[in-house]
Write a protein that binds this ligand. Structure first.
Ligand code: ZN
Length: 218
């Protein structure tokens, strides 16, 4: 009788898995592109990707999303092609039911691929806000030259924007108090607070960082 040892390439159909072993493939789940901010009465979207550690094709696997009360707010199935530049991250974009109240919302995303794959769960927490009702205009200039500063990252609370070529950014927000912060390479960060109760324009002056190449952190 011929031994098959040393002949791993003995043809298709020669699976190594043993029916006596209960082998489960580990899976992992990723969630991205969640609408931000999430607004009461508007349907957010998110993308969910699931991959098998062994790179199996997971197309068609069920994915569902439940809120913190256990109500299902979205369901779908993984698509036919992996996410670009990944080997085997199968994904789907889901529309969620519109949240009805503001505040923290915990979403449990659950994937149930077929055997031998383990289920996978991810929980994300989002803040649901009232619809924006005021426009905040930010005008950002260089403190020394007075010139408008483009491409400054601006943050109002959780809302983010960047200035245009004229140094201007618009952010639509619900009324209330906000911390404002800026970030631009080569400039010191500026911060202030504002209570937004109407459409508002805010002027910010940024100071060039004195030693941008300082090789250590304070
Ligand atoms: Zn697998």
């Amino acid at each position: 009788m011929r031994s098959s040892s040393g002949d791993p390439g003995s043809g298709p159909g020669n699976h190594e898995s043993s029916s006596e072993e209960d082998v489960t493939h580990a899976t992992s789940i990723a969630v991205w592109d969640l609408t931000s901010p999430v607004v009461v009465g508007h349907r957010p979207t998110l993308k969910v990707g699931v991959s098998c550690a062994s790179g199996c094709r997971l197309s068609g696997s069920a994915v569902d999303v439940c809120d913190d009360r256990g109500d299902r707010v979205a369901a779908g199935r993984l698509g036919s092609a992996p996410w670009p530049a990944t080997a085997a991250l199968y994904w789907v974009e889901l529309d969620l039911a519109a949240p009805e109240r503001e505040g923290d919302l915990s979403l449990s995303i659950h994937a149930t691929p077929t055997l031998p794959h383990a289920d996978a769960t991810s929980v994300v927490t989002v803040v649901v806000s009232r619809p924006p009702d005021h426009r905040v205009t930010l005008r950002v200039i260089d403190k020394t030259s007075g010139a408008p500063l483009p491409r400054v990252d601006v943050r109002l609370g959780r809302f983010r924007a960047a200035t245009d070529e004229g140094g201007i950014a618009h952010v639509d927000v619900p009324g209330g108090p906000y911390d404002i912060g800026t970030w631009k390479n080569g400039y010191e960060m500026a911060s202030t607070t504002v209570v937004v109760a109407a459409d508002t324009t805010i002027d910010l002056e940024l100071t060039a960082a004195r030693e941008p190449d300082q090789p250590y952190w304070m």
